[in-house]
Design a protein around this ligand. Structure first.
Ligand code: SF4
Length: 470
């Protein structure tokens, strides 16, 4: 402890030179765009090609054949086999990696197997079989559409799950596919394990019905325009849809959802897109509507200078805000340092607001990524006080049939079996006529492999019963 007299003598400069030791040491994130020329397959790619969204889209890596052509002998054959085994036996999402995403894996080293195995972006964007948990790859109660969104469709692709908010899924594709995608039942192309559902209606008809529903439902004031990823909606169709939303006086908030800002920033830097965003933003502003973009970065190294450039350009074009909704993933960002590094990178470099981190949803094959609720509660506490209050992210659990809840809002928590209990304070379209809806208790489940021995034994017995009943 500093004595009273010493403190009195210390000049301000001395105090500044000797910062207090803290559990997390803040440092300004100085990003450098990783050099794509370290990949043998991109040695001759010019900056002009790299910044071209069409070049990026047409050179996506979709499997081991393309990966080998780009990464070459730096990655062992065993690594390629591991990727292939994952696609064959486990994957719920197919591989789709724009060069920009691949370039953020082990960003400042030569392409090399050990670095790739350890890398946080690789761990969720390019899954390998050896990452999956050997005993509990899936939770016994994991399911496709674990949030039951399709049950709450007011019209096809329009999820009405909260009193004043809806989610409009315009498209079922993205510029990149993430291994842990919560909409794995619908988004992307089928894998050997998962045959994807498909929208039935024609896109134009679906969008018309969404608009009709919203016109007829003035209690909805907030529309998340999502997918998939709106970066895959042809711009004229997206602009027309948002333009029609703006004409509905009851809608006050519109949020475009695009991980593409992080995975394919070239898309959002395209002049046609920026011009279009500027027009929509001006229209929104004139009508008093908040038009924002939500993106999805999970590791600080994803906030490259190009991502920051695209983000700043969108803000300059007039978007009200850009916010990040990440997912808590073990081995990717499940530490205080990982989360704070990411939040400061977003805020300092790109002007992106850290907003949410979700516990990973209970989809099949996700157990090696999922963190228990107790860990999320610890992480939430450890984040407090470092970031400005307005930029301190909330860690949330998206509870099936309930919705997002802050991780400290559980009504009960059996730590031995990893079962948390949650209630809600509103009705959804599936329980609107149920008099017990607001008293009913819903559950979220921790990954079994993180439980104490008694809890694991309980789930081993329960798994047999669940299997017999299903
Ligand atoms: S961008 Fe979003 S919707 Fe698309 S695969 Fe990733 S998590 Fe799923």
């Amino acid at each position: 402890m500093v004595s009273r007299s010493l403190r009195a003598e210390a000049a301000p400069a001395d105090i500044a030179a000797a910062p207090l030791p803290q559990p997390y040491a803040y440092r300004r994130h100085e990003a450098v765009e990783p050099d794509w020329r370290r990949f043998p397959g991109w040695r001759d790619i010019t900056e002009r090609e790299w910044r071209d969204p069409q070049w990026q889209r047409s050179h996506c890596v979709k499997g081991v054949r393309e990966l080998r052509a780009v990464a070459g002998p730096g990655l062992d054959e065993a690594f390629y086999d591991d990727v292939e085994a994952d696609q064959r036996h486990h994957a719920t999402m197919s591989i789709l990696l724009p060069p920009h995403v691949l370039n953020t894996i082990a960003p400042h080293t030569a392409v090399e197997t050990a670095a790739w195995y350890e890398d946080p972006v690789r761990r969720y964007m390019l899954p390998v079989a050896s990452d999956r948990h050997p005993l509990w790859p899936s939770h016994p109660l994991a399911s496709r559409d674990s949030l039951h969104e399709a049950e709450m469709w007011a019209v096809e692709g329009l999820t009405h799950r909260y009193p004043t908010k809806v989610l409009a899924e315009l498209v079922s594709t993205c510029p990149q596919y993430c291994g842990h995608c919560t909409r794995m039942d619908l988004v992307g192309t089928s894998t050997p394990q998962i045959t994807k559902y498909r929208f039935v209606l024609r896109p134009a008809d679906r969008l018309d019905r969404m608009i009709d529903y919203l016109r007829a439902t003035p209690t909805v004031r907030d529309v998340v325009v999502s997918g998939g990823d709106v970066a895959n909606v042809p711009w004229p169709r997206l602009a027309s849809f948002v333009g029609r939303l703006l004409e509905i006086d009851s809608i006050r908030d519109i949020r475009l959802a695009s991980k593409g800002l992080v995975g394919l920033p070239q898309h959002w830097l395209a002049p046609q897109v920026l011009d279009g965003v500027a027009k929509l933003s001006a229209d929104a502003r004139a009508r008093g509507v908040s038009l924002a973009l939500h993106t999805h970065a999970n590791a600080a190294q994803q906030v490259t200078p190009l991502v920051a450039e695209a983000s700043r350009a969108l803000l300059d074009a007039g978007l009200r805000d850009i916010r990040n909704q990440g997912v808590l993933l073990d081995g990717v960002n499940g530490t205080t340092e990982g989360l704070l590094d990411l939040c400061f990178a977003l805020l300092d470099s790109a002007g992106i607001m850290p907003y949410y981190f979700y516990l990973c949803d209970m989809i099949p094959g996700a157990e090696h990524w999922r963190l228990p609720l107790a860990r999320a509660q610890e992480l939430q506490r450890s984040l407090m006080g470092y970031l400005p209050g307005f930029a301190t992210p909330r860690l949330v659990c998206d509870v099936p049939y309930v919705g997002k809840r802050w991780v400290d809002q559980a009504d009960g928590y059996d730590r031995e079996r990893g079962i948390s209990s949650w209630t809600k304070n509103y009705r959804t379209t599936v329980d609107h006529d149920d008099p017990t809806a607001l008293d009913r208790v819903h559950h979220y489940y921790d990954p079994v492999h993180t439980l104490p021995q008694q809890g694991r034994a309980w789930w081993t017995s329960a798994q047999a019963l669940i299997g017999a009943a299903s």
